[in-house]
Design a binder for this molecule. Structure first.
Ligand SMILES: Nc1ncnc2c1ncn2[C@@H]1O[C@H](COP(=O)(O)OP(=O)(O)O)[C@@H](O)[C@H]1O
Ligand SMILES: [Mg+2]
Length: 247
């Protein structure tokens, strides 16, 4: 894979998030937000999460790995739009429901910072498209760079992203999701196959032991999500049966 060298791109704007970064124009005049995460591993992790979102059919920014100052950086093609925070100021526009459609993909990828502390990791474009633009807090790393100690086969994010005590920002959007909405969202992950996930992981991490381990983990997490909605609906059915008995 030959990566573009962003060293000579023209600086046109400054850092806009917590990672080192800035706005640059490439040789063709196209604008990119280029961020340099703490290590090459972080950069690959972020691009891989972006590719897995694409695989699931979630709308994400167009990103590529580039070289900058001898290290890997993540270039994200600039989109025009309002931040999620701005869009949610108009509660009737359906944006929250649109964000919720891909909730299970966020949980699958452990993207705890999906919305951003300031609701600035999702953009809403003029045509109403909802685009996730920051995958830095997905998979193995936290948004500020620390390695997660609890990224395992259990998708704890299925609960924590909806729980105001665990993740107040995420819960303000995902907290009110109904059982059917959760199930519809999990269906987006349930249909992803082992060969498809494996191919995407290898594309970014190479044919390595790390890629094989991560593919196995992602499959376990997919199956855990399926179990969680199945368990939920079984419980709901039991409650309904009980209600009927009482009548
Ligand atoms: N593709 C993009 N389109 C529009 N704005 C972007 C894009 N990528 C980044 N930005 C802007 O830059 C900010 C920082 O980028 P982000 O990837 O969130 O980095 P950080 O990890 O530092 O939070 C975003 O909140 C957004 O305002
Ligand atoms: Mg961000």
């Amino acid at each position: 894979m030959s990566l573009r060298d962003a060293n000579r791109w023209t600086a046109i704007g400054g850092q806009a998030g917590s990672n080192a970064g800035g706005l640059y124009a490439d040789d063709h005049g196209r604008a990119w937000y280029v961020k340099t995460p703490p290590s090459d591993d972080h950069a690959r992790n972020e691009v891989l999460a972006n590719r897995l979102y694409r695989l699931a059919g979630t709308s994400v920014a167009e990103v590529e790995l580039v070289r900058r100052g001898g290290v890997l950086a993540v270039a994200s093609a600039m989109l025009r739009g309002a931040s999620l925070g701005e869009a949610l100021a108009f509660p009737d526009n359906g944006v929250a429901a649109d964000v919720c459609r891909d909730f299970a993909v966020d949980a699958w990828l452990a993207n705890r910072d999906v919305l951003g502390t300031d609701l600035d990791n999702v953009l809403v474009t003029r045509d109403g498209g909802v685009v996730r633009i920051d995958q830095g807090g997905a998979l193995a790393y936290r948004a500020r760079g620390a390695r997660k100690t609890d990224f395992g086969p259990e998708v704890i994010e299925f609960d924590t992203l909806r729980d105001a005590r665990a993740n107040a920002v995420a819960a303000c959007v995902f907290g009110a999701m109904s059982r059917p909405a959760l199930a519809a969202s999990v269906a987006k992950v349930a249909r992803l196959t082992e060969p498809a996930i494996g191919a995407v992981v290898r594309e970014v991490l190479g044919d390595t032991g790390e890629a094989r381990a991560l593919t196995a983990l992602l499959l376990a997490r997919r199956d855990d999500l399926i179990r969680r909605v199945a368990a939920g609906s079984a419980a709901a059915t039991r409650v309904r049966a009980f209600d009927t008995m009482e009548e």
